[in-house]
Design a binder for this molecule. Structure first.
Ligand SMILES: Cc1cc2nc3c(=O)[nH]c(=O)nc-3n(C[C@H](O)[C@H](O)[C@H](O)COP(=O)(O)OP(=O)(O)OC[C@H]3O[C@@H](n4cnc5c(N)ncnc54)[C@H](O)[C@@H]3O)c2cc1C
Length: 382
């Protein structure tokens, strides 16, 4: 970065992890990104390679096969991918799923799933959204009915990140439709050879082309009773609510890192590109736009870094995490729009990173709870 900002939480160990992440991203992920965008997924081999290098589940205890770190370890990896506009491998959703197991799973569930997820052998997904219900999760219709020593799941989900490659999916179901929030449970579905389970098409999206976002269908899918997350019915909603700060902070953090990457690329571009006999970097409008963007990045980093410290200390509340998601994703949208403009026609060409980042950024205001829902959550805490 052409301007410096000392991260309050960095240390030598995290720098070393950042170096490993950058080497993996630049030598193994980036060269495959164009193919992954055409295919609609990054493939299993990349996940396993990330696992081999210790880049998955870095904040899961070593006893469960993870890296034994904390949120900062995850942050380093999310940032380096976001900075390079690489959104194909959603290790953020993977980590969110790992946290559901860690925070709410039974001991047997933790032991069964976390080590395999850390190795990249099982890709994780979480399936809440349905064709008829997204923001209003109480409106979901997927049912899990107790039958003997298991549950039978019927329903469908859509827009599920990692849906195509997932080996383990946390499926949010109604176990008692008469009970509202208390009638919701999370069932663990292992996808391999699972009768009645079908992955629909990899959805054709505006951006995040390398990310496998899919529809999922459950037609009488039977899972053992031991696959109820945490072992107690009716806990699904509370399990979902308690993990929201983690998910929302990742989105805010990635937003700032994406802005940084796009800013750096744009600065280089405007210094090269000439119009009216001089680099466009010398025009007052360009300087002012970049000054505004640099200021937003600095302000955003300060807030996000404070949130990182709070989540590590266990004090980040849902409203503050929602502010990180709301501000980060909205600022990212505004900033990417300005940076595309500074690229002129090239800013409309997918071969340019800022162009892809612009398209990818749009969903940051929608998934993980829309901006409108973030405002509702923040307003409730006022
Ligand atoms: C690329 C991508 C990846 C995704 N990954 C996942 C995933 O891994 N797992 C998963 O379960 N889901 C996932 N989603 C789904 C995502 O979380 C939902 O799309 C999102 O929560 C919004 O739900 P919806 O699409 O049903 O929109 P709706 O809920 O139908 O919202 C439509 C509009 O109404 C507004 N609105 C709704 N309620 C209110 C309110 N109370 N006040 C004001 N405005 C309101 C919304 O803000 C929005 O503008 C993903 C979506 C995308 C696009």
């Amino acid at each position: 970065m052409p301007f410096q900002f000392e991260r309050s939480w960095r240390n030598e160990e995290l720098d070393a992890l950042r170096d490993t992440a950058v080497r993996f991203i630049e030598s193994e992920m980036q060269p495959q990104d164009e193919e992954a965008r055409k295919r609609g997924h990054v493939g299993h081999a990349l996940w396993r390679r990330a696992g081999e290098l210790g880049l998955l589940c870095t904040d899961i205890p070593e006893a469960y096969g993870g890296g034994g770190g904390d949120f900062r370890h995850e942050a380093v990896i999310h940032e380096e991918m976001a900075r390079r506009g690489l959104t194909g491998m959603s290790n953020s959703v993977h980590s969110i799923v790992a946290h559901y197991f860690l925070n709410h799973g039974t001991e047997a569930q933790k032991r069964r799933y976390l080590p395999a997820m850390a190795r990249g052998e099982l890709v994780g997904a979480i399936a809440m959204t349905e064709p008829g219900a997204g923001s209003d999760l109480q409106g979901i219709r997927t049912r899990a009915v107790r039958d003997g020593d298991g549950y039978v799941i019927d329903g469908s989900k859509t827009f599920i990140t990692n849906g195509y490659l997932a080996g383990v999916i946390l499926v949010v179901c109604k176990t008692d439709p008469s009970q509202g929030a208390r009638g919701t449970s999370i069932l663990i579905v292992e996808t391999k050879d699972r009768e009645g389970f079908k992955v629909g098409r990899v959805l054709d999206k505006m951006g995040m082309k390398a990310q496998d976002t899919s529809e999922l269908f459950f037609d009488g899918v039977r899972v053992p009773a031991a696959n109820l997350l945490g072992g107690q019915e009716g806990q699904g909603f509370f399990q979902l609510m308690s993990d929201l700060p983690y998910e929302r902070l990742i989105i805010g953090l990635a937003a700032v890192a994406c802005m940084e990457g796009a800013y750096g690329a744009t600065l280089a571009y405007v210094r090269e590109r000439k119009a009216f006999g001089r680099p466009i970097a010398e025009m007052q409008n360009t300087k002012f736009k970049l000054a505004e963007v640099a200021t937003q990045i600095m302000v955003g980093r300060a807030f996000i870094d404070r949130c990182v410290e709070q989540i590590v200390a266990g004090t980040l509340d849902t409203a503050t995490a929602s502010m990180a998601k709301l501000w980060g994703s909205e600022a990212q949208g505004r900033v990417l729009d300005e940076l595309v403009q500074l690229h002129g026609g090239y800013g409309f060409m997918n071969e340019y990173m800022v162009t892809r980042m612009y398209a990818d950024a749009r969903v940051q205001r929608i998934y993980g709870g829309t901006s409108e829902i973030m405002k509702e959550v923040i307003a409730r805490a006022l």
